[in-house]
Design a protein around this ligand. Sequence first.
Ligand code: SAH
Length: 254
Amino acid sequence: MTKKGSLFVVGIGPGEYEAMTLKAVRTLESCEVIVGYTVYVELIERHFPGRRFCTTPMRQETMRCRLAFEEAGLGQRVAVICSGDAGVYGMAGLVLELSREYPNVNVEIVPGVTAAMSGAALLGAPLMHDFAVISLSDLLTPWEKIEKRLRSAADADFVICLYNPASRKRADYLAKACEILLEYKSPDTVCGVVKCVGREGEERRIMRLGRLGAYEADMFTTVFIGSSQTAKIQESEGNGNGWPWMVTPRGYQI
Ligand code: SAH
């Protein structure tokens, strides 16, 4: 059977057009229909005139993917967009699970720059060594499992990158996570937070683990907790930005 339509699952990166990969841009330019969560569609809409945009609210992920398959089934080129990378807490997995029900649609995944990477670059180089990525969202994962992963990653001295550190309903989750981490790590551990990378309101801060629990994270925040080796490199006259960097040494002799 020749497949009729094409469905692309595209990671659009942190938010700014310049941080999209060229492949993501070309793919979206080649599509007739672009489907996504309202906030992400608003971020890219003006760069892709003439495309038909379909927005669906948050928490309507399955509906969003089915809508995209149905549009593609009509013989069109359709994109589902995700922030960052589509395969990191994005929609790529769900699309592939559903793809069995839509044998006439070809699926392709187009990677993007995930928040761990765009946030790390803003803070310096916190992910230079082994790191673990953990989402604090317990919508689809029981909190006991999240807590176990926090403990294991802290115990193994990974740098830890936290996605979904808070939402309106989960305002105290970052504080809860910090309490657990402090059982294993020094309160002096260097940490970094980034908010709205590549979007309006972009923010970056470096602080100690002892202070991190009181930080007001929101759903556009990504948190970095250093390993025992991570350091804050003080601003020097030369670095131009006037801000410190968060750096996990790779181990080179200098
Ligand atoms: N697929 C996305 C992650 C979606 S989960 C990616 O690969 O980046 C949503 C979480 O991602 C947010 O709670 C936040 O922790 C992080 N995030 C996504 N975009 C961000 C941005 N522009 N700035 C900071 N954090 C971001």
